[in-house]
Design a protein around this ligand. Sequence first.
Ligand code: LLP
Length: 419
Amino acid sequence: MNHFSMIDGALHCEGVPLERIAAEVGTPVYVYSAATFRRHAQVFRDGLKAAGARVHLAYAIKANPNIGVLRVLADEGYGADVVSGGELARALAAGMPAHDVVFSGVGKTDRELIRGLEAGIGQFNLELEEEGVVLAALAAARGLTAPAVLRVNPDVDAGTHAKISTGKKENKFGVPIDLAPGIFDRLATLPGINLRGVAIHIGSQLFDLAPLEAAYRRVGELVAELRGRGHTITHVDLGGGLGVPYREEDAPPAPADYGAMVARATAGWDVELMFEPGRVIAGNAGVLLTEVIWVKPGVINPYVIVDAAMNDLARPAMYDAWHDFVAVRPRGGTMTANIAGPVCETGDTFAMGRTIDRVERGDLAIFRTAGAYGATMASTYNSRALVPEVLVDGDRYTVVADRIAAETILAAERVPDWL
Ligand code: LLP
């Protein structure tokens, strides 16, 4: 459910006409609905009620790290899952308490570990034994004890796109689950670290709960084994990954189904369960608003050339992802067209041979379900501006990220004075 709907013949975000945002901010622009973020945050939390009272929610900032968005989620009681010093800074800037921050990531630098320690974050998710050794030493040198869990790789196929699958043994993430007990034995003796549990995350845009449940059951066996070896296990981080519908016919598991599965798989664990949802919170809470520059005749189908491009929304070019394309003020009728951006690459194509609302030069349209992994993956390729972001709440909106003009980026470059 989201709050982008037709009112009097034109698409609105909550109470704000998208035409108004286009006129006042310009296009392309990402538009987010605060009400949708709140709703998703609540539905996800409610879905987990079946799993018991001790639940910690750490929104995976990478999905949409805008600090306006983070504030909305902080107000809903969400902490953050961060994967870089930059994301940590955002979580703190948005007012998320440091103890609600989880630091994931396969390549944290010493500087980033120190930043996390000094900020007093709630948990480090270790990706390899050596990281635990380094973290323990950095913490002990500062008179601190770092709360940590070990990320394990359960070797399950999550059944998602290869580029966003993370739980197979050949992936770079976590330690092989059968090596975890030995690593625990060695790290637990070190001063400066409190290794208190395990973490898992097998992939993103998951539609099938079965591999996830299989992975959780393997984690359950591991927890029992670790306890049997005398370790105190108080936290298990079950990651993120729940899929969202990009097309009308898509039917991802509902948060309540996920919650029921979690309750089943984790019964009797007696730990605090931690979650790192990203896409399921942000995906349908945002759209990319764009203007049709040309309807260019094509040999097979016409090309609808829009002012948004692969640098603004990379997912179609990177993962062949589908994003619905909808006219802001439909003229009536449909057309079969290719939709492409202005970037000089054939890959800068959002759709081929798709039946869409009939559009003409100058019309506005949106790409739906662009709230997650949209603006955050934007670049300035082809020396295009960095796309701005708008947050709507009811009948008001704020530009929560400015358009960074190509000239501003140019001003940060220089020709060496020896040339
Ligand atoms: N936790 C960890 C350790 C992760 O690596 C990720 C996502 C998440 C949580 C959040 O997963 P989510 O709930 O959003 O599925 N750019 C890609 C998605 C990359 C996901 C990376 N990791 C896309 O646009 O589809």
